[in-house]
Each structure stands twice: as C-alpha cells, then as structure tokens.
Design a protein around this ligand. Structure first.
Ligand SMILES: [Fe+2]
Ligand SMILES: [Fe+2]
Length: 269
C-alpha cells in the first residue's frame, strides 16, 4: 500500500494548501491512505468540528494529534465521529485513542500517535509504550505499523527509530514544524525526523512573525495569530509499505500553487 502523511497542518492557510494539492497527488501518485496531523488545524490550536469536517470531506483516513490535541475542548465529541487519534501516552482515563487500524489493498495499517517528553506535558514514557503497543499489534498479526512521533527533540525521534527499526514500517516526526532532510530506510523502517508544517512559511513556524519576535526580544508572551494571507508550503511523506516493510519513501513539497515536486528520496542506511 502507498500512504501519504502530512505533518502539522497549521490553520486555514494549511487547510487550503492541503485541499488544493491533495486531489492531484492522490490521483497522480496512486495514494491508498492519507494521514494528517491535525493538532494545529483550527487557527493553530486544536481541532474544531467545522475544520475537521472540512478536511474529512476530502477523504482524510486518519488525523493524528499532539500537545495541542486538547486546545479545543470540542475534540472530545469528535473522537466518536471522525478517525481522530490523540497521543497514546497521555495519562490513562482521558478520552480518545492513540492507535487506529486502517485497511487498504487487502492489508491492515496500524497508525500510532505518540508524544515526546522534552518540553511537553505530563505523559507516560513514549518509548516503553511504543514497544508494548507494537508488540501487541504484531501479536495480532498487524505488521504495517506507522508512528507519528510528535516530539521536540531530534534525539528522541532518532532514538525511536533505533528502538523500533525492523519492527515498524514508518516513523515520521511532527511538532517542530520545520522539515528535516534525513529521510531514510533502516532495516525496513522508513524514517524522517520531522515532516515539517503545511501552512504559512513566511512567518515563524506557521504563525504571524510579530508575536514570536516580541516574545523573543522582550521575554513577554503575546498570543500567536495565523496570517489571513501568506506564502504557503505543502509538505508530505509518501511511503510504500509491503508486509510490514517500507520498500520506498520520498518527500513531496509544493510552494503556493506551484506543482508539487519530489524533493527527497529515502536513503537506504
Ligand atoms: Fe504543531
Ligand atoms: Fe505540537
């Protein structure tokens, strides 16, 4: 099966870029499943019913989340209506789920969403939870396993690759909003440290630049805003998975409404 994963989609510019580029990519590349990190879908913070419905209508098979999953309280009501994940390692008892099993081409794909530790809230150990969850899924006969590891540090993400290499099909990092160029396949596991955002790219990680600059130069917090108009970037990872193994992976990028281009081919480590 061929899957397409879009990292953090930030606000309306991100949603518009996704809606613009997805139909052509889906047709041109023969995509079977589309997975999107939605933690910043609604004005940069969380997911509302309206923006979730707007994207679900374009055939998103699974939304993953992150540290902003709970920013819009209405997400709790959305868990039953849409294929939305929140990180698996949030404390027990919270609503929602961290794993979802999808199907395409007669094969199953498990999507797992995990949150890193550094600069994040109080969550369970993502490495130990990932190991246990992967073991549970493999015992059920599910070998195609994709992890969206939503984490701040590159080392945590590198660590997750080496912990699970050969046991999962793809690990793609999200959260920093800045794409990395280290796409590779190691022991049959596709990996990239961060996919990068889809949304405004002429500000600071998708938000209007004045508020973060004020914060950096004065130390005082100011609320972030998403520009109404901006230059946009669309970024995604396409991966071919077969019986648990990532056989090929490449990165797609598109600026504004220019045609999407393949910008990186996975290196075989
Ligand atoms: Fe994000
Ligand atoms: Fe995040």
């Amino acid at each position: 099966m061929r899957i397409l994963f879009v990292g953090d989609v930030v606000g309306r510019p991100g949603r518009e870029a996704l809606k613009y580029h997805l139909p052509r990519l889906r047709a041109d590349l023969g995509i079977d499943l589309v997975i999107v990190n939605g933690e910043n879908l609604s004005h940069g913070f969380g997911m509302t019913a309206k923006s979730t419905q707007e994207l679900a209508a374009c055939g998103i098979d699974c939304f993953t989340g992150g540290n902003h999953s709970w920013d819009k309280k209405e997400i709790t009501a959305l868990f039953d209506r849409y294929p939305i994940l929140r990180p698996l390692n949030f404390p027990q008892g919270l609503p929602g789920r961290g794993t979802l099993v999808l199907e395409a081409q007669g094969e199953k794909l498990a999507v797992i969403n995990l949150l890193g530790h550094y600069s994040m809230g109080m969550v369970e150990n993502p490495f130990n939870m990932a190991k246990a969850e992967v073991e549970r899924l493999r015992n059920e006969g599910i070998t195609n396993i994709f992890i969206d590891f939503h984490a701040e540090t590159t080392s945590e993400k590198n660590g997750m690759l080496h912990l699970l290499a050969g046991q999962v099909s793809l690990i793609a990092g999200t959260h920093t909003h800045v794409g990395t160029d280290d796409l590779l396949i190691h022991q049959g596991t596709g990996y990239v440290t961060d996919v990068g955002l889809t949304g405004c790219f002429d500000g600071v990680i998708g938000v209007e630049k004045n508020a973060p600059l004020y914060r950096f130069t004065t130390g005082i917090k100011k609320s972030f805003d998403i520009p109404k108009t901006c230059r946009t970037i669309f970024q995604a990872i396409v991966a071919d998975l077969d019986s648990g193994v990532c056989t090929d992976a490449f990165k797609i990028k598109a600026y504004d409404k220019e045609p999407a281009q393949t910008t990186l081919q996975a290196y075989r480590l």
